[in-house]
Design a protein around this ligand. Structure first.
Ligand code: GLN
Ligand code: ZN
Length: 773
């Protein structure tokens, strides 16, 4: 019934959130106390088994390990950390009497508690997913501390599914970790490789004993340039996989698939090929087909060809994919077809989007459609003609896309085609700064927020009713204005210096603009996980972009009419709009970014005209799209920074441009942040305990900067004392004239009680430090 060969068609992972965001609801119920742990476990098991049944129906072989067990309660890196017992010393008490980490421990690591900050969160490669960063030190004890991976396999098998358990592989796990605060100078997590391998081996033995046939170890960190030399990295890979694949042999372990999503393995391919793996996955969407000699070195290792894009939603160019498949066939013994990455970056099913123009819908493939593409390509192995009809159909769709009106608009093309260097530059910073101080007259250490205030139930309800037509436009507008008024009054009361309107009218910082710009469409059910229970609904950028009418101007003008204090205009920058949308793949990103930038430039000029003195253009995703290989950085930064400057360079010297960045480590791109030429940059810092401030100092960053001192990603209320300490740390590294005081991101995901209390403390901390200057 089951043989041990690798399935011909598979995917690397499937959306975990559920077609109707069932996981989000289950988690939030549990966290709020509305459901018990047992209920959460049951709901998640149902969700897992339903998705296995669904994938079986879509044609993946449920008896041949074709269905990956890629579910996670919160995050796959956290799952791996918990499996390995790798938790920082401040959480040492989370182990139970038997040395195990349970559900409560798991969520405490993810979300923190009253006196402990959670694990830091950061971007997962060049995607909009965020993982929790394990903190390791020389003393970290690795031991099998959680058995979910085995238990879930067993439960699934009892329900009739032989899944393929998934774990982050040892090298990536360590490369994705950071040195714990108490690790001591110079500690590198990768130095613990030899200590972590025995626990991986123990997991593999336990999985084999439970009847697992194939296990998937994910090694995406191998496609990115790291801080260590290629030789050191190769040595680590060799050490890890000789231990797990050669020294540990089946049947003591399951068959091993190692995946390498998001790019090319480069020089590590031969190392992996020689280490005795049973199957190796290559990302042939982000990476290229390796040379024949390298493929031949795979020998009996099955090549799992990642030919279907796991990160974007355009239907595959089957002709191109089939051509790659033929080149592979010439050189490898065993060949299977898969996606380039897990499918958790894309929504479940395009058929749920019946409101979309059928023509646009016919261009798209979400997770379920991608399963089909994988299966189609798998049929072509050894028999290229078997899929001739599908190849022709895919080619016809690409041709309709090319011909479709809206995909190319001559007015938009004329504008981007006519850009000159002056369109990308402002006056020199010092003279702008002086002009701005004259207009704004702010105190030292001015306080502000990042833009959004809590999106209350009432606001979301009003928007939902307006969408359904139950609430007229005028009534909706009235409700939003009332909300803006409340938010302005609250900020006056709190004593903040630069106010915001609170963004109540925005469902999302990208979708809101997508809905108001030409060239985009939006989905109804197209949610993808951003972190934990948080999802975003990326818009679809399919055509040439232009602004139909002013978007934010009336709201900002209204907010400013309510107060003497300056109200910041609030826009999302071109790079972030691209990063958080599904973007057309038929032209360079630079052209698309400049189109968006020109639309924003018009909006900014209208805001200035309406009396707005400070305009913030958020680029939280600037770091996110940074290529994984250093050789590609310069070109990316050239066009991405250029598009920000194109958007913001049309204003007077006295108009202050702010930007905001978050979710990342910024050390590497401080030059680029400086090159944005924004007058003030607010930047995430609280979760990494103000690390970025030292980077800024080293760089000699001379512009305004607001290192976020209040971590808004957790409901925890920081005390005034704690905020004061962080602020004093900033003062020690950045000249006071440059410093701003703010949270580290927008407040839309928080509730009012904690927001008010935290902002009160923030204003108090600013006043105390101000008085001590
Ligand atoms: N202005 C946005 C807000 O406050 C910025 C959000 C973000 O950086 N993710 O919500
Ligand atoms: Zn942010």
């Amino acid at each position: 019934m089951t043989d041990k060969t690798f399935p011909a068609a598979t995917i690397l992972g499937y959306p975990r959130i559920g077609p109707r965001r069932e996981l989000k609801k289950a988690l939030e119920n549990f966290w709020s106390g509305a459901s018990t742990a047992t209920e959460l476990e049951q709901t998640c098991q149902d969700l897992r088994h339903r998705s296995y049944a669904h994938l079986t129906k879509l044609g993946l072989d449920a008896h041949a390990s074709a269905v990956p067990a890629s579910f996670s309660y919160y995050d796959q890196v956290l799952d791996t950390a918990v499996t390995l017992g790798a938790v920082p010393s401040r959480f040492a008490d989370l182990f139970d009497g038997e040395g195990k980490l349970g559900l409560d421990a798991y969520f405490t690591l993810a979300r923190g508690d009253a006196d402990r900050a959670p694990l830091e969160m950061t971007k997962w490669f060049d995607t909009n997913y965020h993982y929790l960063v394990p903190e390791l030190g020389p003393e970290t004890v690795f031991r099998l501390a959680n058995d979910w991976i085995v238990e879930n396999f067993t439960a699934a098998r009892q329900a009739g599914f032989t899944t393929r358990p998934v774990l982050v592989g040892p090298v990536s796990f360590l490369l994705l970790s950071k040195a714990a605060n108490d690790a001591g100078a110079g500690f590198e997590p990768l130095s613990r490789l030899a200590d972590v391998l025995p626990v991986y081996a123990e997991v593999l033995r336990a999985l084999a004993a439970a009847g697992v046939e194939w296990v998937q170890l994910e090694e995406p960190a191998l496609v990115a340039d790291q801080d260590l030399s290629e030789g050191e990295l190769a040595a680590a890979v060799q050490l890890a996989y000789i231990a797990l694949a050669t020294e540990l042999q089946a049947p003591q372990r399951p068959r091993l698939l190692v995946t390498s999503s998001y790019g090319s393995l480069g020089g590590l391919l031969p190392v992996l090929a020689a280490s005795g793996l049973d199957a190796l996955h290559l990302d042939l969407v982000n990476g290229t087909v390796p040379a024949a000699a390298e493929l031949e070195a795979l020998g009996s290792t099955v090549l799992v060809a990642g030919l279907v894009d796991g990160q974007n939603i355009w239907k595959a160019d089957l002709a191109a994919a089939a051509a790659k498949l033929r080149r592979l066939e010439e050189s490898v013994e065993g060949l299977a077809v898969a996606t380039s990455t897990s499918l958790f970056h894309v929504p479940h099913d395009v058929e749920q989007e019946q409101q979309l123009d059928p023509v646009l819908r016919s261009w798209l493939a979400f997770a379920d459609q991608k399963v089909d593409e994988v299966r189609t390509l798998a049929r072509a192995v050894g028999r290229p003609d078997a899929i001739a009809a599908e190849v022709a159909a895919a080619a016809a769709i690409l041709e309709t896309r090319r011909q479709s009106p809206g995909v190319r608009q001559s007015a938009v093309r004329a504008r981007t085609g006519g850009l000159v260097p002056a369109d990308f530059t402002r006056d020199e910073f010092e003279s702008r700064w002086t002009a701005q101080q004259d207009v704004l007259r702010l105190p030292a250490l001015p306080t502000t927020t990042i833009g959004s205030f809590p999106q209350t139930r009432d606001i979301r309800l009003a928007r939902a009713r307006a969408l359904k037509g139950e609430l007229e436009d005028a009534a909706y507008e009235q409700l939003m204005k009332e909300e803006i008024k409340r938010v302005i009054e609250l900020q006056e009361e709190l004593g903040l210096d630069v106010l915001v309107h609170g963004e109540p009218e925005r469902n999302d910082m990208v979708q809101y603009f997508a809905e108001n710009l030409d060239g985009f469409d939006v989905t109804v059910h197209g949610w993808v996980q951003s972190y934990g229970s948080r999802c975003t609904r990326p818009s679809i950028l399919w055509g040439d972009v232009s602004r139909l009418a002013p978007i934010t101007v009336p709201w900002t003008r209204y907010a400013q009419s309510l107060t003497e204090k300056p109200v910041k205009g609030m826009l999302t920058g071109p790079v972030t709009i691209l990063a958080w949308s599904f973007v057309r793949d038929d032209q360079p990103l630079e052209e698309t970014a400049n189109q968006v930038a020109l639309a924003l430039r018009d909006e900014i000029s209208d805001l200035q005209e309406a009396g707005t003195k400070i305009i913030q253009v958020d680029e939280p995703a600037l770091r996110e799209l940074l290529p994984l290989r250093r050789r590609d950085h310069a070109d990316y930064l050239r066009w991405s920074v250029g598009s920000f400057k194109l958007a913001t360079s049309g204003v007077a010297a006295a108009t202050q441009i702010h930007t905001h960045l978050c979710y990342s480590e910024f050390g590497e791109i401080i030059d680029a942040i400086d090159a944005l030429d924004a007058d003030v940059t607010s930047i995430e810092a609280a979760r990494s305990r103000m690390e970025v401030v030292q980077d800024l100092e080293q760089h000699g960053f001379a512009r305004g900067v607001g290192p976020g001192i209040y971590d808004i990603h957790s409901p925890r209320i920081p005390s005034a004392g704690e905020l004061q300490e962080l602020l004093s740390a900033a003062v020690a590294h950045v000249p006071v004239r440059q410093l701003w005081v703010n949270p580290d991101c927008g407040l839309k995901t928080r509730a009012y009680p904690e927001t008010k209390a935290s902002l009160e403390n923030l204003v108090e901390a600013a006043r105390t430090v101000r008085a001590s200057l």
